[in-house]
Design a protein around this ligand. Structure first.
Ligand SMILES: NC(=O)c1ccc[n+]([C@@H]2O[C@H](COP(=O)([O-])OP(=O)(O)OC[C@H]3O[C@@H](n4cnc5c(N)ncnc54)[C@H](OP(=O)(O)O)[C@@H]3O)[C@@H](O)[C@H]2O)c1
Length: 289
């Protein structure tokens, strides 16, 4: 998987597999980046909110692979909803990682986390945020720009007035919870979809039906879940600090049959993301409970 890539709408190449770093502190992130790169990963996903950009940056500089062979994504804080706040955020990310440019910069959420999926949609503010993203793009601070957690109408809002179209939308997408309509909509607009929490933040590992199908292919539930996303045409960014898991998560050289893909789209939805269920990104599911 290490060498497999997609092309973004602006021609930039992005590895299909990346390393997620959420909940790793600076020290853990530095080590994870070095381990992952030595194993073969070339794509790292961080965010201002993860408070580990400094550690990720140290990993980038000490891993022994040239900067231009790596693909680094970071995210503007969900709370930054003015032009100046976004510019400040970008400059801070560059300074913390000690980088001249970021490969992919995305807006972490259409709304501040406190108001995630609530009534105020921040349409006007996100147009201003997008203007700052476009300016960072045209001045070369970032090679590609995109969105995260944007729903259909959030994306429409940006498309209605942008001069540079978003190149990605990073959303929650894993077996049992893949928003197929949103994925199709983005893909039809030439927006690459990235799957975050592609192994359901770990919860897919205990899913009985998924485990049975995984056994049929001689793979783990994590591998099946990652391969499922890849077959939907998505980028996957599984998080792990464990080098064995990093290797296993890249061993996706098998094909899920069309029939099993259909089954996996419809398996019982995961409602419980464990001890981290309280995070807004998993919140909608919990409200169903
Ligand atoms: N844009 C957003 O709003 C957003 C939201 C959530 C996440 N993300 C991004 O997406 C990344 C991934 O999502 P995530 O961290 O929520 O969850 P995830 O990648 O779906 O799952 C991570 C969990 O699975 C375990 N794991 C990983 N590989 C494994 C394997 N082969 N076998 C067994 N266990 C395995 C990890 O434990 P070990 O460490 O022990 O391996 C960890 O507990 C994040 O790190 C972040 O970069 C973005």
């Amino acid at each position: 998987m290490y060498n497999e890539t997609y092309k973004l709408s602006n021609g930039v190449t992005i590895p299909k597999l990346g390393l997620g770093t959420w909940l790793l502190d600076d020290e853990q992130a530095e080590k994870a980046v070095c381990d992952a790169v030595s194993i073969g990963y070339r794509h790292i996903d961080t965010a201002q909110a993860y408070m580990n950009e400094a550690g990720v940056g140290r990993g980038i500089h000490s891993c022994g692979v040239a900067r231009d062979e790596l693909f680094i994504t970071t995210k503007v804080a969900a709370e930054a909803k003015t032009y100046d706040a976004v510019m400040h955020s970008i400059n801070e990310s560059l300074a913390k990682m000690k980088l001249d440019y970021i490969d992919l910069l995305i807006i972490h959420s259409p709304q501040p986390w406190q108001e995630f999926r609530e009534e105020n949609r921040y349409f006007k503010e996100n147009k201003e945020v997008w203007k700052a993203m476009e300016d960072a793009y045209t001045t070369g601070k970032v090679k590609a720009i995109g969105l995260s957690n944007f729903l259909h109408d959030d994306v429409e809002n940006i498309l209605a007035s942008c001069t540079v179209k978003p190149m990605v939308n990073q959303i929650l997408a894993h077996v049992s919870n893949s928003p197929l309509e949103l994925i199709n909509y983005c893909q039809n607009k030439d927006i690459l979809v990235e799957a975050y929490s592609p192994i359901a933040h770990g919860a897919i590992l205990d899913h009985t039906e998924v485990k049975i199908i995984a056994e049929k292919y001689g793979v783990t539930a994590a591998q099946l879940s990652l391969r499922y996303d890849i077959q939907l045409g998505l980028v996957v960014i599984p998080k792990t600090a464990n080098p064995d898991h990093m290797r296993i998560n890249a061993e996706l050289d098998f094909v899920i049959s069309d029939a099993d893909m259909e089954t996996l789209k419809n398996v019982e939805a995961i409602q419980n993301y464990g001890e981290h269920s309280f995070f807004p990104v998993f919140g909608d599911k919990n409200k169903i409970n």
